[in-house]
Design a protein around this ligand. Structure first.
Ligand code: IPD
Ligand code: CA
Ligand code: CA
Length: 305
């Protein structure tokens, strides 16, 4: 197997952002080495080192596709005719295709679940992709949208890369290795009480009585904290929390692709991500709550949310 050095590797992928890890293996044609299959107890070392690098590459490359279409006139399609919220465009589909191509070439044995393309394959290792999180913002030419690429092992998120192309901000994390923004370490704030917290909440509720649910939600939380924020982009909530700009995010229903990457980011920045039952969030759960400290987590769980 031919390996090339770190400097050369950054040229292959056209971004120094990919070379923050001291270990970075790639073959001469730019593909990462995947010589042995991964088993539960014997993960191929060089392949494991590549997971984060490939997540970053996929988020950056996907982000470039989304950026290309941003502000262009695109046909808005609906996943369900009756749905008000579930819109998508060619940009969502092409961005996801780009990300899928990058991951499946490197890790053909892994399962991939994407918002637009569904599930492919079957493995303990599952990539969860949201090509454009904040699609309605994207369609409305609002800047709050980004790309999310996460990897989970047996439902536990272990790798996350989130890219906001308009601000060129790449957030990334690997379980046990810390959280970073453009290569610089980031940390959650140490806020312990609700009254000192700014909290992101769900921007819309799917299903019946959604308007009433939103109002109840705001009433229960709004009066007890510094303020609530609704961005319509789940990954923005996770990124802001990991950077210490907000203290918590309470989301009643997210998909695995909305939350997988962000969960690793927040946990590695020192925060907690759990479900309404108080247990750690895993990719099979719907409600996602993230808090910067354990004390704040306890406060949130006491609320009727
Ligand atoms: C949506 C956004 C929104 C959240 C919704 C998600 P999409 O993702 O993250 O903030 O409240 O639940 O579905 O549809 O823009 O990818
Ligand atoms: Ca989403
Ligand atoms: Ca999406």
């Amino acid at each position: 197997m031919d390996f090339i050095d770190i400097q050369r590797t950054s040229k292959v992928f056209g971004s120094g952002l990919l070379t923050t890890s001291p270990f970075f293996f790639a073959t001469k044609n730019g593909r990462f080495a995947t010589s042995q299959p991964i088993t539960e107890n014997n993960t191929n070392k060089s392949e494991k080192l590549c997971w984060l690098a490939i997540a970053k590459k996929a988020a950056l490359s996907g982000g470039n596709v989304a950026y290309h279409y941003f502000n262009k006139s695109l046909e808005i399609q609906k996943k369900k005719v009756s749905s008000v919220y579930d819109n998508f465009t060619l940009a969502d589909v092409e961005t996801e295709n780009k990300i899928r191509d990058i991951i499946s070439v490197e890790f053909p044995e892994h399962q991939i679940i994407g918002e637009e393309g569904g599930s492919k394959g079957s493995s303990d290792y599952v990539w969860h992709i949201d090509p454009i999180d904040g699609t309605n913002n994207y369609i409305g030419r609002n800047s709050d949208w980004g790309v999310s690429v996460g990897l989970a092992y047996r439902k536990e998120p272990i790798i996350g890369a989130i890219y906001f192309p308009l601000s060129k901000s790449l957030y990334f994390a690997e379980k046990g290795k810390g959280a970073f923004k453009n290569g610089k370490r980031i940390k959650c704030s140490g806020t312990k009480s609700l009254e000192k917290s700014i909290i992101c909440i769900s921007s819309y509720f799917k299903g019946e009585n959604n308007k009433e649910k939103i109002i109840t939600h705001i009433k229960q939380i709004g009066g007890k904290c510094l303020g609530v924020r609704m961005y319509g982009c789940a990954i923005k909530n996770f990124a802001m929390l990991a950077e210490g700009q907000v203290s918590a995010a309470i989301k009643h229903k997210l998909w695995s692709w909305d939350a997988c990457a962000g969960t690793v980011l927040v946990r590695e920045a020192g925060g907690e991500v759990f479900s309404i039952d108080g247990k750690d969030w895993t990719t099979d759960k719907e409600s996602v709550i993230a808090a910067c400290t354990n004390e704040l987590k306890k406060e949130i769980l006491k609320l009727r949310i």
